[in-house]
Design a protein around this ligand. Structure first.
Ligand code: GDP
Ligand code: MG
Length: 323
């Protein structure tokens, strides 16, 4: 039976970092396939990850927990046929819930070995009131407190307390039987997404969910404290300092920025990965598309207009066709 892990967690908490740093380390002897549900029109993570693994199925535009279950399932079937993996890791979008993905995997006869929720220990306070974030914690059985390098012991303890409180309140139940879906859960600390191998060793294996309630209530995170994203296409001939300037002047509502840009003073294309005030840059070997930055946050339309007006090299289409 093919095994799988679902990696969930809010925007920018370190899911992809965990995939690249831990999966590479612990599963070098296995055939691993990775499915990434990128929140954003263009899959930036797919671009990074495909440099590390050969098989990345990337599902973009929309989130797998809502409208894309079918696309997700047929994508997974395709990956199985093509690659015959022993383990599949699914990184869900930071704006989606893990549970529908869990069901999809079970539908396909794939064993779910764990639902891992990565938590940003430094920034939990800024996002813990978001309803999707709460359901992500409630819908997981392995909780990884990441970015421990950015907090002290007391802060980490406080984060742990918050996580436990959210977990108790939002722990996912079978609505038919009223029973908890996970009998147990663990909390584990991490830096740069590096966790012990025992997290993956099946000790927390999730039992098949039998007779699941059909009326499982799907949270409508597309309207309530909804996370939106806007893509900006950048004009050519910008400098690295221009990118830096944009990131320094972001309005508060925009807490996540991803992008791939070419700038005239750096030879290689640069991946931008910004979350909650911290940014990292990585150089790519090649990138043929237009330079883009994706701005993500809660109700960011006004915020985006502000930066669009300020920087003439950003081109953010004002209207988007609705689906
Ligand atoms: N300081 C610090 N930064 C981290 C850690 N883990 C991830 N990051 C950074 O957080 C940002 C978002 O990480 P990413 O893995 O892309 O998040 P994702 O959106 O959850 O996939 C990147 O800039 C990472 O380099 C960590 O443990 N400590
Ligand atoms: Mg990611």
């Amino acid at each position: 039976m093919i095994q799988s892990f679902i990696i969930t967690g809010f925007l920018g908490v370190g899911k992809t970092t965990m995939l690249t740093n831990t999966v590479k380390e612990h599963f070098s002897d296995k055939k691993v396939a990775i499915v990434v549900n990128e929140f954003g029109d263009i899959g930036v993570d797919g671009n990074i990850l495909s440099n590390v693994y050969s098989e990345v199925l990337e599902i973009s535009e929309g989130c797998i927990c809502c409208q894309l279950a079918q696309e997700f399932e047929s994508g997974v079937i395709e990956i199985i046929n093509k690659y015959n993996p022993e383990i599949i890791f699914v990184e869900t979008s930071g704006a989606s819930e893990p549970f529908p993905i869990f069901l999809s995997l079970q539908n396909l006869g794939i064993s779910v070995e764990g639902v891992i929720c990565v938590v940003d220990s430094k920034n939990l306070d800024s996002y813990k009131d978001n309803s999707t974030a709460k359901y992500q914690i409630g819908g997981s059985n392995i909780i990884v407190l990441n970015k421990t390098d950015l907090v002290n012991n007391d802060e980490l303890e406080a984060v742990k307390k918050d996580v436990i409180a959210i977990k108790e309140q939002y722990n996912i139940k079978n609505t038919l039987t009223g029973k908890m879906i996970f009998n147990n859960y663990v909390i584990s600390n991490a830096e740069q997404g590096i966790v012990n191998k025992d997290v993956f060793e099946g000790v927390y294996k999730v039992d098949e969910i039998v007779g699941l309630a059909k009326d499982y209530e799907h949270l409508d995170h597309t309207t309530k404290d909804s996370i939106t994203q806007k893509v900006a296409y950048l004009k050519d001939d910008i400098a690295f300092s221009d990118v830096d300037e944009v990131l320094k002047s972001l309005p508060k509502g925009i807490y996540r920025v991803k992008g791939v840009v070419r700038v005239k003073d750096v030879p290689n294309p640069i991946v931008i990965n910004y979350s909650f005030g911290n940014v990292s840059f990585e150089e790519l070997d090649s990138y043929e598309e237009r330079s883009i930055m994706i701005f993500i946050g809660e109700s960011i339309d006004n915020d985006v207009n502000v930066i669009n007006d300020k920087f003439d090299f950003l081109n953010i289409p004002k209207f988007k066709m609705s689906k």
